[in-house]
Design a protein around this ligand. Structure first.
Ligand code: UDP
Length: 161
């Protein structure tokens, strides 16, 4: 018989993707969203915000002793950020591959960073790097009611179920 789609392991996975101020200023928002849509992931949360120092220090807390940290805070508060939660099968791992290496100079062509950036200090986009990290970051950036549960009309057929 048919299994419920939500019983497939990993299919309800969610990740935080944030288009950083350089991505917004360079008008890359549409192209970046398009990549996640065309891959087949589902958008369940989306907002534009001016990030606070408080949010950033929680988000990047583990980096606070790094020499680049002050510059990172300045960069991330230099303009609006577009924050999104994307859902789908293995979305965390897949989106890290789509975003590419932290250092754009080492990012593969075809990745967001490999196509749109050259230097680690302006790498266009953030993507959660683990299940625990994604849960922590989504709770930090979004209120529960800002995340929507909805079904795509073509969702189940994508998986042949
Ligand atoms: N970063 C930087 N210089 C560095 C390393 C990192 O400015 O030498 C910034 C960069 O914006 C990066 C962020 O700090 O995306 C977080 O670093 P992390 O190692 O967590 O990489 P990510 O998960 O973003 O790929």
């Amino acid at each position: 018989g048919r299994r419920s789609l939500s019983s497939v392991p990993g299919v309800r996975e969610r990740t935080l993707i944030a288009i950083k101020p350089d991505g917004v200023q360079r008008r890359l928002v549409g192209q970046i969203i398009q990549r996640f849509e065309q891959r087949g992931f589902k958008l369940v949360g989306l907002k534009m915000l001016q990030v606070s120092d408080d949010l950033l220090s929680q988000h990047y807390g583990q980096l606070r002793t790094k020499p680049f940290y002050p510059g990172l805070l300045q960069y991330m508060t230099s303009g609006p950020v577009v924050a999104m939660v994307w859902e789908g099968y293995k979305v965390i791992e897949s989106s890290r591959m789509m975003v590419g290496h932290t250092n754009p100079a080492e990012a593969q062509p075809g990745t967001v960073r490999g196509d749109f950036s050259i230097h680690v200090s302006r790498n266009v986009v953030h993507a959660s790097d683990s299940v625990e990290g994604a849960q922590r970051e989504i709770q930090l950036w979004f209120k529960g009611k800002e995340l929507l549960n909805w079904e795509c009309c073509d969702h189940a057929s994508t998986f042949g179920l």
